[in-house]
Design a protein around this ligand. Structure first.
Ligand code: DLL
Length: 450
């Protein structure tokens, strides 16, 4: 037999599988809404009949599943909150017997009991499907390697991303969060095409690489799928430049499913598309819950699940502030505007509302300032007013004069754009705590001082 010379196998883009969309991803708006109505009717009936909490809540509100005849009728139904899940701790909100629950996750929160969520086999499959859509939209293709640095365990990030990456047909590297040195080594050795983690943790990895004398732009990484905490387009630009990658958003929350409720397209980078064949979103006025808002208006995001079996969730108040926008890359599915913040992360300073993401946006437009900052709230002795101090690191290599000028500029820009006066403390590079996952930005010292 004669041997024919074959070209050495080099991994090129064509070595990866094509991006085949799910049929539901290409549905028209009308098709999606028709599907939503059918599924919504089933969901309210299912929740009412199977979960005593919903039976009681609906009865108290005087609504019955039959009252849902069109999509807008959803507004007649009561909201569900994290407190409801806490009250029903651990499994009171489950709609199936325990032997049909395949997996449990929990979110710790800052206080009190964790909220516990459950999934049937079918729920896990739905979840993997929507996470796969997010990764594909973000540029990941079958055959690519994805370094997963979301935390594994009770947090939905690690395992949620994991199943979606597998479902897409990509190779998952289940690194989990933390152990930054090891993350760097595996990125070097395994040559992943994509990474997923929180935006601030990617920054930690990049920073650590630079400190070791490694150039993050020279890694094999081409795509990042980032979420689990608020981030801005300025932070996106920072990370894309740092790593020479394309970074897209992935959004979700445990009570509704986990990561993958919405995902952003790398081609348009204009906000995450909500997978509306599985979730019906609403925007409501957080200060007057009787009011739902129109598309384009800002308010609190509320979700109703349309296909979940173990934990159907009706009108869950996320506390996330956003807007609903028309679909672009997936026209039938609406997009959510970037989350400006959470209602419980809102700082009210002398009557002005302020979110950490606003500070991030402003600070990153000042070239001498880094994305490493903390917001410290105090009430100085003898004063009746709260005070906000922005502690921020300058870029490495800046002179003391440049630091002073950058601090003054930040103070002025915050005054102009947000309307608040605050103190700026430009601290030493490397002195603020680095992210290991979800980064804490706000340090409220007022209670301790009282
Ligand atoms: O953080 C799920 C997740 C994991 C999403 C990995 C994306 C990637 P929880 O721990 O329940 O679940 O926290 C949910 O995190 O209500 C938002 O306040 C915030 N959040 C999640 N994704 C984003 C995002 C996961 N892309 C809470 N942008 C949510 C802004 C986000 N905030």
């Amino acid at each position: 037999m004669t041997q024919t010379a074959s070209a050495p196998e080099t991994p090129t883009a064509s070595a990866f599988g094509p991006a085949v969309l799910d049929a539901e991803e290409t549905m028209s708006r009308d098709q999606i809404e028709a599907l939503q109505l059918t599924r919504l009717k089933e969901t309210v009936k299912y929740a009412y009949e199977r979960v005593p909490h919903y039976t009681r809540k609906f009865d108290e509100a005087g609504v019955r599943p039959e009252d849902l005849q069109e999509l807008d009728d959803l507004a007649k139904f009561p909201y569900t909150t994290k407190e409801d899940l806490r009250e029903e701790y651990p499994f009171g909100m489950f709609a199936v017997p325990m032997n049909e629950v395949t997996r449990i996750h929990a979110s710790s929160g800052t206080t009190g009991r964790p909220t516990v969520v459950g999934y049937t086999k079918q729920d896990l499959d739905t979840w993997a499907t929507i996470v796969a859509r997010c990764f594909r939209a973000a540029g990941v293709r079958p055959g690519m390697k994805v370094h997963n640095a979301y935390g594994y365990g009770l947090f939905t990030g690690g395992l949620g991303a994991h199943s979606g990456i597998e479902k897409l047909g990509a190779t998952v590297i289940p690194m989990s969060g933390g152990q930054t040195e090891k993350q760097i080594q595996l990125i070097e050795d395994f040559a992943p095409d994509a990474i997923c983690c929180t935006p601030t943790y990617l920054l930690t990895i990049g920073d650590a690489m630079l400190h070791k004398g490694l150039d993050p732009r020279k890694t094999s990484l081409k795509y990042a799928v980032l979420g689990a905490e608020p981030w801005t387009n300025e932070m996106r630009a920072e990370l894309e430049e740092m790593f020479d990658i394309k970074a897209s958003d992935i959004y979700g929350l445990s009570e509704v499913m986990g990561p993958g409720v919405a995902g952003e397209s790398v081609e348009t980078q204009d906000g995450s598309h909500i997978w509306e064949d599985h979730f019906r979103p609403e925007i409501v006025d957080p200060f007057d819950l009787t009011k739902t808002k129109s598309d384009g208006e800002t308010g609190e995001l509320v979700f109703t699940s349309l296909t979940k079996q173990a934990l159907p969730i009706i009108r869950y108040r996320t506390k996330d502030l956003s807007t609903l926008l028309p679909g672009t890359a997936r026209p039938g599915h609406r997009r959510m505007g970037r989350i400006s913040g959470r209602t419980d992360d809102m700082i009210i300073l002398r009557g002005v509302n302020l979110f950490p993401s606003q500070i991030e946006e402003i600070a990153l437009r000042i070239p001498e300032l880094s994305p490493h900052f903390q917001l410290v709230l105090t009430r100085p002795e003898g004063r009746r007013m709260d005070e906000l101090t922005v502690k921020i690191e300058p870029r490495e290599g800046t002179t003391p004069d440049q630091r002073d000028a950058a601090g003054a500029s930040l103070r002025q820009q915050i005054k102009i754009h947000i309307g608040s006066s605050c103190r700026i403390d430009v601290v030493e590079p490397g002195s603020l705590e680095r992210s290991n996952g979800k980064l804490r930005r706000i340090y409220d010292l007022r209670e301790k001082q009282a």
